[in-house]
Every structure is written in structure tokens, then in C-alpha cells.
Design a protein around this ligand. Structure first.
Ligand code: E4P
Length: 222
């Protein structure tokens, strides 16, 4: 399973690269808004992220989300974003115009990520439109006392049954269990804040075990 980092923060993306867990990046307007950028600086910011992805030597890409909602504007904005760098994937919230745009981009071989997916029906439409990636939001479903992972399993089953090519990125990751369960279900990727991926590292028995190994070595080996 691929590890995408859900952030627009260059430093965090570099840290993920150094840890060896950077398979791709997803951003959204809220994440971008945390970076203190002017509109003029945004393209360059995406470019810096693309450069870090290139340094990994992997095929990873970055999803850059459009903010337009009418069809012509989505096309214009998406084409502009994808012209920044070949690693840019146009991220499009699901809607009638969004689906139409995904079909347009698919014919032009411009990669898309259909986002804000909260149901199997939406995921089905996104796949039929030819979206390269589909991003169901696990945590936000859990927040409403429903089960985000059940949705992931349902979408995976539907895509497998009909051999859809769209890849599932489990999004809105809130904890390590989300990551482990996505891996068990067998989806293509999760997109997560780096700190949750880092939490996978820790186990109290590892710390305790290491402490004892070092103590024994120091005390008894001469
Ligand atoms: C998906 O690609 C989104 O950027 C993201 O996962 C949203 O997560 P949130 O619910 O933590 O904002």
C-alpha cells in the first residue's frame, strides 16, 4: 500500500521523504491556506513539492485541488494546474460538472483525483467517468458516528467486481487503525498526516526490549 502525505507543507513532505514513506502527496484548499501563500506563489509552491517527489526516484504524484465549480472554469483551472508539472494530478470534488470534467481530462490523458467522496454511489460514478484516483473520506464519516472503513471495503468490492481502473486513496485518516485496516482491505493508498504514519513506529514493548538489551550488554559483556 502506498503512503501519500496529506499536506501542503514542504518541510513535512521532506521529512516523509527522509523517512522513506513518501509515495505521493495530496493537498486541498484548506491545507494550502495554512502555508501563508499569495495567489502568485501557489504554482511555485506546487513546483517545489514536485521537485521533492522527483528526488525520491519513485513515480509519486501530487494532487492539486481546483476551486472552480462551473464546467468551463474547472477545465481552465485544471489545465493550468496540470501544465505546472507532469507530476500534478487535478483533484476535483464530485459533482455533475466535476464528473464531466473528469471525463474530459481522462480523454486528454490528464490524471484526476475525485475527492469529497462519501458514498459508494459517488465512487461508482467517479470510476465510470474515468478518474485515476478516488478519495473516500474515512475520518469525516466516523465523525458522524458512521463507519468510514465499511465504505472503503464496499468501494473496493465494487471496483474489483467490475474491474474499474480507478485507484482508491483512503483519505481523512485520523489514526493508525485507519491505516492498518486500509492495508488489510487492500486499497491502493492512504493519504495521511505524517505524524500518524510516524505513530506506526512506536510500541512500548520495543522501547522496553531495547532498554533491556542495552542494559544487559553494558552490565555483562566485558
Ligand atoms: C483528501 O485528499 C483530503 O485532503 C483529506 O484527507 C481531508 O482530511 P480531513 O478530514 O482530515 O480534513
Amino acid at each position: 500500500m502506498k503512503f501519500f502525505i496529506d499536506t501542503a507543507n514542504v518541510e513535512e513532505i521532506r521529512k516523509a521523504k527522509n523517512l522513506g514513506v513518501l509515495d505521493g502527496v495530496t493537498t486541498n484548499p484548506s491545507l494550502l491556506s495554512k502555508e501563508n501563500l499569495s495567489i502568485k506563489e501557489i504554482d511555485n509552491h506546487y513546483l517545489s513539492i514536485c521537485k521533492i517527489l522527483e528526488e525520491t526516484g519513485k513515480k509519486g504524484d501530487i494532487s492539486a485541488e481546483i476551486i472552480s465549480s462551473n464546467y468551463e472554469d474547472i477545465i481552465q483551472e485544471g489545465e493550468k494546474l496540470s501544465s505546472i508539472h507532469p507530476k500534478i494530478v487535478v483533484k476535483i470534488p464530485i459533482s455533475k460538472n466535476g464528473l464531466k470534467a473528469i471525463q474530459y481530462f481522462s480523454k486528454k490523458n490528464i490524471k484526476t483525483n475525485c475527492t469529497l467522496v462519501f458514498s459508494s454511489g459517488q465512487a461508482l460514478l467517479a470510476a465510470k467517468a474515468g478518474s485515476n484516483y478516488v478519495s473516500p473520506f474515512i475520518g469525516r464519516i466516523d465523525d458522524l458516528s458512521s463507519n468510514g472503513l465499511t465504505l472503503i471495503k464496499e468501494i473496493k468490492d465494487i471496483y474489483d467486481t467490475f474491474h474499474f481502473k480507478s485507484k482508491i486513496i483512503g483519505a481523512s485518516i485520523r489514526n493508525t487503525l485507519h491505516i492498518i485496516e486500509c492495508a488489510k482491505i487492500g486499497i491502493y493508498a492512504v493519504t495521511s498526516p505524517l505524524k500518524i504514519i510516524e505513530t506506526l513506529l512506536y510500541h512500548p514493548l520495543t522501547n522496553k526490549g531495547l532498554e533491556k538489551f542495552l542494559k544487559d550488554y553494558k552490565e555483562k559483556i566485558y
